[in-house]
Design a protein around this ligand. Structure first.
Ligand SMILES: [Zn+2]
Length: 329
């Protein structure tokens, strides 16, 4: 395996920095990478985090994963990239210095802008060498997400991995133009996007679900030996959502939530009440369709039309089981 100038031999574990850009003062900017090359052949998996620089739960997932002794028994190659958008990370920002979103710059271009070049290097040096990928995200700043997998469920292999990850909700999600996931899919790299929690936090539940998900995927594709302990029977069923919608504020004001993340809601259920500064003039915020709450705004202040609550919907109208016990915030 060769990444940038580094050569990683069979059976070797190597940590290095990949040069991606030069700053105004000519400081070289680099992305930290660790590669574990197993002694036996197998899949090549990348696990990336902080493509949005302030989404750092994935960094904690990778830190914990790398401490696992089971990695000594790895088949194939694991490439971990705990911080892809190093600019945003150091500035605690989602974006690149020119306010571009790196996850809209893929596959990138060698002669393009900063984001496009970074995406191009990542595609060439990492994605193109892989058979599988997991991209770790969180909700945007001041948004909180239930742990969830987003993937193109049209592809049976992707669907099987999405389910084996073990997050409480899997969402069939259309590909976004310019995203790492789209670019990887075009190269036939089976890729999942894990998303959970909020930006600029290390959140224990999100990290644990993400860590066990990465390990499950590695077992499923034959990189790690299968665990003797199966998924416990008491574990809540994974729900596969066909789509999702945002409930928007019907009025400006401050609000109080009536439901929690992960809760099942019926059509017309009361989600929140918006009122004026004296607590009067209440406006109910209600669901349109039944589903499960998978995302919330953490700022209790809204203008009319602002996205407040994200609800995943399910194909069959039958009642879906609460995810609340799986994840109680
Ligand atoms: Zn993100």
């Amino acid at each position: 395996m060769k990444i940038g100038k580094e050569i990683i031999q069979v059976g070797e574990r190597k940590r290095f920095q990949l040069e991606v850009a030069s700053l105004y003062d000519y400081t070289q900017l680099t992305i930290p990478i660790e590669v574990i090359c197993g002694k036996k052949e197998g899949p090549v998996l990348f696990i990336s985090a902080a493509i949005h620089g302030d989404e750092i739960n994935g960094l904690a997932i990778i830190k914990r994963l790398l401490k696992r002794p089971i990695l000594n028994r790895l088949k194939g190659t694991l490439i971990v990239v705990p911080i892809v958008n190093v600019f945003g990370f150091n500035n605690r920002s989602r974006y690149l210095p020119d306010r571009r979103d790196l996850n809209r710059c893929f596959p990138g271009h060698q002669q393009g802008s900063l984001g496009s070049r970074l995406a191009s290097i990542f595609t060439r040096e990492i994605v193109n060498k892989c058979t599988h990928g997991i991209d770790l995200h969180t909700g945007a700043i001041h948004r909180y997400n239930l742990p969830q997998i987003r993937a193109s469920l049209d592809d049976p292999q992707t669907k099987a991995l999405a389910e084996c990850f073990g997050a409480p909700v899997v969402i069939h999600s259309r590909i976004r133009d310019g995203s790492l996931r789209e670019s990887a899919r075009k190269k036939k790299v089976v890729t999942l996007l894990y998303e959970g929690g909020q930006a600029l936090r290390f959140e224990e539940e999100i990290i644990e679900v993400g860590l066990s998900g990465c390990l499950s995927v590695m077992r499923e594709i034959g990189m790690l030996p299968r665990s003797r302990t199966q998924r416990p029977k008491s574990a809540p069923a994974i729900q596969i959502a066909q789509s999702s919608y945002w409930v928007r504020a019907p009025h400006s004001g401050s609000f109080r939530l009536s439901k929690k993340i992960g809760e099942h809601v019926e059509a017309g259920a009361l989600l929140a009440t918006i009122s004026n500064p004296f607590g009067h003039d209440p406006h109910d915020v209600r669901t349109k369709e039944p589903g499960v709450i998978i995302g919330l705004s953490k700022i209790p202040l809204v203008n009319r039309g602002d996205a407040m609550i994200h609800v995943a919907t399910f194909k069959k109208s039958k009642r879906v089981k609460d995810s609340g016990d799986f994840f109680d915030q």
